[in-house]
Design a protein around this ligand. Structure first.
Ligand code: ZN
Length: 124
């Protein structure tokens, strides 16, 4: 992997590391990417360009998350219609991810807003 300045982005790193495997017939349009938070606009684009079949994230991101918005919108329909999305499948992971993102933001002095989840979010 080359030298990059600035921050590293998990989804982009994973796709880069998977590299040619994602183009192999055995894996193309069959891979799932799991992340702690909903992918941002740049990563959502990378997911569709890499033909990732499914995106699963622990915590939806109402501020920077883009996959839900892009799937609902009218751009690259032929690509975004193909991505299967599983948002916040586990309550405990969502709550932990939220705590970590809030702590991360607090320590950096940044107000970073992810989805506001609580024990009641999954109540019927
Ligand atoms: Zn991203």
């Amino acid at each position: 992997m080359g030298q990059f300045s600035g921050r590293r982005i998990f989804e982009i790193d994973v796709i880069r590391q998977a590299g040619q495997l994602l183009m192999d017939k055995k894996y193309k349009n069959k891979c799932t990417l799991y992340s702690t938070v909903e992918p941002c606009p740049m990563c959502a684009g990378a997911l569709i360009l890499a033909d990732i079949a499914r995106s699963v994230w622990a915590l939806s991101d109402d501020y920077l998350g883009a996959v839900r918005i892009m799937k609902a919108g009218n751009h690259f329909r032929h690509k975004f219609d193909k991505i299967c999305v599983t948002a916040m499948p586990y309550k405990d992971l969502a709550i932990w991810s939220q705590k970590l993102h809030r702590l991360w933001g607090e320590r950096r002095g940044v107000k970073y807003r992810v989805s506001d989840v609580s024990e009641n979010t999954w109540a019927d």
